[in-house]
Design a protein around this ligand. Structure first.
Ligand SMILES: Cc1ncc(COP(=O)(O)O)c(C=O)c1O
Length: 400
């Protein structure tokens, strides 16, 4: 039972011949279409459909091949929007501690997972970071959590800050942490007040994973730039995209001539064909709705089976995106020592029982803190949700 779709990728399930066929047909038509010379029907059709579901009005898209690449592009895009506005000094992108935005140096510089950053620290551009909301360990209001961004903007100097980047619902770093209801609206106000662009990283939670099209939709907040990848083609082809408004694109074209970015394999028509076929499945099978309904059931099933477990500190998530944080002591919330490899051991136990989950370590303090996560394909039904909850609770009970 694949309850994680790899790294939260396989959103419409394995073996979808419609997607394979769409890629095949596109590749039969043309193997490769160079993006600076041409567009393609596949890209234009996909962009048209995407523009109907992204929260940004009149959106334009830039297609790449991975989450890291779209984050890099978004960082550079924010810088170019600021330059086009005459704000040449703005170059800092504020990220959050415990976040993950990608493997490349720019994306890693705004990421906040210490273990992943450590080997490259002196090679990374020095970007500021603020604490994310983490209600389980830091029970403050969303407004208080958001005010940390304002403090950091003032510390750095508003005229130096280009953008703020964050995952709307935390991914693997913190494990499906859903911010309080007042967090994102206050973040939006702060960004507007200081002329800072808001980049939402929907690489893990976009396209229905959390029971709405976008994670940020739970707060009805409109970002300046949105990026997504993983589930966009459900893993059938490497694809990600950046979305921003037509106004920003036109401003760059008018003031700077062009968006200075590009790569040989950007805008691949086969990726667009795969993305469009995946999107059609999500729409035709009403999978965003299914994610919301099955997610509520999954949360309840995990809660009833594991809510009283002595080492389950917190069960959290939204839609089909759930994490269980394990602790040594429920009262003090003390984590297990990282050296115990608890999350990994539970992963192995689950795997041996026939269940694939996802896990990470470091949520509590950057080093310690074990999380096991589930994010099954959005096509799951009631029986499968029950099976996932049953197998996972058995695995946890076997290990701790
Ligand atoms: C929120 C988020 N952003 C960016 C990335 C980087 O994506 P990729 O691994 O496709 O480069 C990831 C990967 O896990 C992610 O979870």
């Amino acid at each position: 039972m694949d309850a994680s779709g790899g790294a939260l990728v396989v959103n419409v399930g394995h073996g979808r011949s419609e997607i394979v066929q769409a890629i095949n047909e596109q590749l039969q038509r043309a193997a490769y279409i160079h993006a600076t010379m041409f567009t393609s029907d596949a890209l234009e059709n996909y962009a048209t459909e995407l523009s109907k579901i992204v929260p940004i009005d009149d959106a334009r898209f830039y297609f790449l091949s991975s989450g890291s690449e779209v984050v890099e592009a978004a960082i550079k895009l924010s810088r170019q929007i600021q330059m086009a506005r005459g704000e040449d000094n703005r170059h800092l992108v504020i990220g959050r501690h415990q976040s993950y935005h990608g493997m490349t140096l720019g994306a890693l510089s705004v990421s906040g997972r210490p273990a992943l950053r450590k080997p490259y620290l002196n090679m990374l551009p020095d970007m500021p970071h603020v604490d994310p909301p983490y209600p389980y360990r830091d029970p403050i209001t969303g407004e208080e959590a958001a005010s940390k961004l304002e403090e950091e903007i003032l510390r750095q100097g508003p005229d130096r800050v280009s953008a703020f980047i964050a995952e709307p619902i935390s991914g693997a770093g913190l494990g499906a942490v859903v911010p309080p209801s007042d967090y994102w609206p206050v973040i939006r106000q702060i960004c507007d007040h200081y002329g800072v662009l808001l980049i939402v990283d929907e690489v893990m939670v976009g396209l229905g994973r959390t029971g709405r099209w976008w994670g940020i939709d739970h707060w009805d907040v409109v970002p300046d730039i949105l990026v997504t990848s993983k589930g966009a083609t459900s893993g059938y082809f490497p694809l990600g995209f950046v979305a921003t408004s037509n106004d920003y694109v036109n401003l760059i074209l008018q003031e700077l001539g062009d968006f200075s970015h590009g790569g040989t394999f950007s805008h691949h028509a086969a990726g667009a064909a795969a993305g469009l076929a995946t999107l059609k499945i999500i729409q035709d099978e009403n999978l965003v709705n299914n994610s919301a309904r099955m997610g509520t059931l999954l949360g309840a099933q995990l809660g009833s089976r594991l809510g009283d477990h002595p080492h389950v500190g917190n069960i959290r998530g939204r839609g089909l995106f759930w994490a269980i944080e394990l602790v040594k002591d429920r009262q003090s919330k003390e984590p297990f020592d990282v050296a115990n490899h608890l999350a990994q051991t539970i992963w192995q136990q689950a795997f041996d029982q026939g269940l694939i989950i996802y896990y990470s370590q470091g949520c509590a303090d950057g080093r310690n803190g074990d999380i096991v996560m589930v994010g099954p394909p959005l096509i799951v039904d009631e029986n499968e949700v029950e099976e996932i909850a049953e197998l996972l609770s058995t695995a946890i009970n076997e290990v701790v």
